[in-house]
Design a protein around this ligand. Structure first.
Ligand code: DGI
Ligand code: FE
Ligand code: FE
Ligand code: FE
Length: 187
């Protein structure tokens, strides 16, 4: 499946603003893939499809989690976290993507996880730093993205977790596992 075909598919599932975000994530991810010598076509496809399930009905997503082998603990956390894992499932069964590296990167793009591979880190980070985003501290993360990928991912997680703590929101364990894993790597 090429870029144009994949974009046509996701366009039908997204609002215009989310589709535009998807294109910016894709351009950012391809740039990082080139910079780090990673497989460009796969990373491009993962980026295009990363928010495929973003607008699925909450009850439908809950049913997918209940009836598939997705982690059941997701149901105890904010439904905003469901579109990555459910997206990976639907990209496989509706879009026909079989490549496990692509599916894994879609699965963990919101929270991260321990021991992320290059493709997972690039998708996770591209989603966070794409030029349409404006979080506090983002300039530093953008600079670090091309200096130290682990440190950039760590900063993205730290900022997100900081924000969630201040908002007194639950933190999904995979986000903490990602934070701990990256902190050990950069120390
Ligand atoms: O789908 P996007 O908006 O492009 O971005 P995303 O998939 O990274 O989702 C971002 C949202 O997910 C953002 O509002 C922060 C939230 N998030 C990330 N990790 C956690 C989390 N929310 C909770 N409650 N717990 C987490 O561990
Ligand atoms: Fe997302
Ligand atoms: Fe993200
Ligand atoms: Fe996104």
């Amino acid at each position: 499946m090429n870029r144009t075909e994949a974009l046509e598919i996701v366009r039908k599932h997204l609002k215009l603003s989310r589709y535009e975000h998807t294109i910016r994530v894709t351009d950012t991810a391809v740039d990082l893939a080139e910079y780090y010598g990673q497989p460009i076509d796969k990373i491009e496809l993962a980026a295009i499809l990363h928010d495929y399930a973003k607008y699925r009905d909450k009850n439908e997503m809950r049913r997918w989690i209940e009836t598939s082998n997705l982690p059941k603990d997701l149901l105890q956390y904010h439904s905003e976290l469901w579109h990555g894992p459910v997206g990976a499932l639907l990209v496989k069964f509706e879009v026909g993507i079989e490549d496990q590296l692509i599916l894994d990167a879609i699965h963990c793009h919101t929270t991260g996880k321990a021991h992320m591979n290059m493709m997972e880190k690039i998708i996770f980070l591209a989603d966070y730093i794409e030029p349409g985003r404006d979080f506090p501290g983002l300039d530093t993360v953008r600079i670090q993205a091309k200096k130290d990928l682990d440190y950039a991912c760590f900063l993205a997680l730290k900022n997100t977790i900081d924000h969630l703590v201040i908002q007194e929101q639950l933190i999904y364990p995979d986000a903490l596992h990602a934070y701990n894993d990256l902190l050990r790597k950069i120390k």
